[in-house]
Design a binder for this molecule. Structure first.
Ligand code: BJ8
Length: 423
């Protein structure tokens, strides 16, 4: 990695602690990623982003700030990037995916909080992630109880806007979410000093739709009988999509998709024939949480799709681009986002339908339903998900895990047995 020490110092980071993180990440990435055979050449870009993860994009963001742009940090796929971009702002995803940040989160949160929340709070308060230092404003949402309370703590340290998520999907809830988006637009306009016009919003909607379509192409390639890309690599693309520049991200995902489509034509596969195809469902996997995918793909399985927020929930469905006034545009944005099926909604039949559909589309042999420890929402919904899968005759394994390696061996044993059973 190039020398970014001065930048990190100026961001008020804890350099000694941060050095420890920088020391372990390359080795982990080498073991998990670079050890894979026959990876697509197009992964070079995404590997490069990881190799410079706390340097290159943070310095781009700082340069943009110097030119007057504001950076908004988000934690959930319901927060509409389009609105921020229409006001010349920049969005960066902030969910923490490393155990490294958990102890600093546990200093202020109960241990029985989900690791994603603990890591996100810890990354800010421990001063060990440049993205958390750079963001001018955080945007939270009222999805789960743990997050709601975490916002109150983070809000003492950084400007914070919270979007009030509906908990149901009735027409009046879509109405409410439309209003919430309109209010968010007002906050963003005030914070950036820029006005959102229908033209600017239309352009922003198009930008994010293009990114969604490019990511969807990468996923489409994973439906092929011969898999042109591993699940680990596809997951990495998704994780980086949360914080990279959206236009560049779309270009690089399209380039990768071109290569994958060619690989399909050429019959190139990264897995031996007969490798069992696994759909992963459940809680999101923020970077650098590669644990489950690595275990599955070193246990005789291949992850062919993720029904998670670091998967299909992030890119499926686009916003209607034909609307030409703000009222209709906010409504169109609300409708697209309310189509995402997070376990925070009740009832949430749409998610079960999605899982059954994806299992068919990606021709899966089995499903692994993963829950981050202490996420009550996905844990509880696991009952309904697993029941529906069993009724459909699709083998399913429910697991619960966190960011530590303490259960890695035990998980490997269970996953190996599950894949063996699929044979
Ligand atoms: S749309 S999944 S990104 S809320 S933080 S709910 S794991 S206890 S992340 Fe999420 Fe938005 Fe839903 Fe997706 Fe559970 Fe943890 Fe809460 Fe979590």
């Amino acid at each position: 990695m190039a020398d970014y020490v001065e930048m990190w110092k100026n961001l008020g980071m804890d350099l000694d602690k941060h050095d420890n993180l920088c020391a372990v990440l390359p080795e982990a990435f080498g073991d998990i990623y670079l050890s894979q055979d026959n990876r697509p050449e197009g992964m070079g870009f995404w590997d490069f982003v990881v190799s410079e993860i706390h340097g290159i994009r943070p310095s781009e963001l700082i340069e943009a700030q110097k030119k007057g742009q504001k950076v908004f940090g988000t934690f959930c796929v319901y927060v509409p990037d389009e609105v921020v971009i229409a006001a010349d702002g920049i969005v960066t995803g902030l969910c923490g995916g490393s155990q490294f940040w958990v102890p600093d989160g546990e200093a202020v949160l109960p241990k029985s909080t989900c690791p994603l929340i603990k890591a996100s709070v810890g990354a800010r308060l421990g001063k060990t992630c440049p993205f958390f230092r750079i963001a001018d404003m955080y945007v939270g949402e009222t999805t789960c109880d743990g997050k709601k309370k975490a916002w109150e703590i983070l809000g003492q340290d950084v400007p914070m806007h919270i979007m009030d998520m509906p908990q149901m999907k009735r027409p009046k809830d879509v109405e409410k979410w439309t209003e919430e988006i309109r209010e968010f637009a007002g906050v963003v306009e005030k914070f950036t000093g820029n006005t959102i016009t229908p033209e600017k919003l239309q352009k922003a909607i198009h930008t994010i739709n293009e990114k969604r379509k490019a990511l969807a192409r990468v996923y489409e390639a994973r439906k092929a009988d011969k898999l042109p890309i591993s699940g680990k690599d596809a997951l990495l693309v998704m994780q980086i999509a949360f914080f990279d520049d959206p236009v560049r991200c779309a270009q690089m995902a399209d380039k990768l998709a071109d290569e994958l489509e060619q690989r399909i034509k050429d019959g190139v596969s990264v897995f031996p024939e007969g490798t069992k195809r696994i759909l992963v469902t459940g809680t999101p996997m923020a970077i650098p949480n590669w644990k489950l995918h690595h275990i599955i793909e070193t246990s005789g399985g291949a992850v062919v799709c993720e029904e998670t927020c670091t998967g299909t929930r992030y890119f499926e469905n686009t916003v209607d681009e034909t609307k030409d006034n703000l009222d209709d545009q906010y409504r169109a944005i609300a409708e697209r986002y309310m189509g995402i099926n997070c376990a925070c909604f009740t009832p949430n039949h749409g998610r079960v339908d999605d899982i059954l559909r994806l299992a068919k589309e990606y021709k899966v042999d089995g499903v692994i339903d993963v829950n981050l420890k202490f996420c009550c929402l996905y844990d509880t919904e696991g009952y309904t998900v697993e029941k529906a899968l069993k009724e459909a005759g699709i083998p399913v394994l429910g697991i619960e895990t966190d960011y530590t390696d303490a259960d890695a061996q035990q998980l490997k044993t269970r996953i190996e047995a599950f894949i063996e059973m699929l044979n």
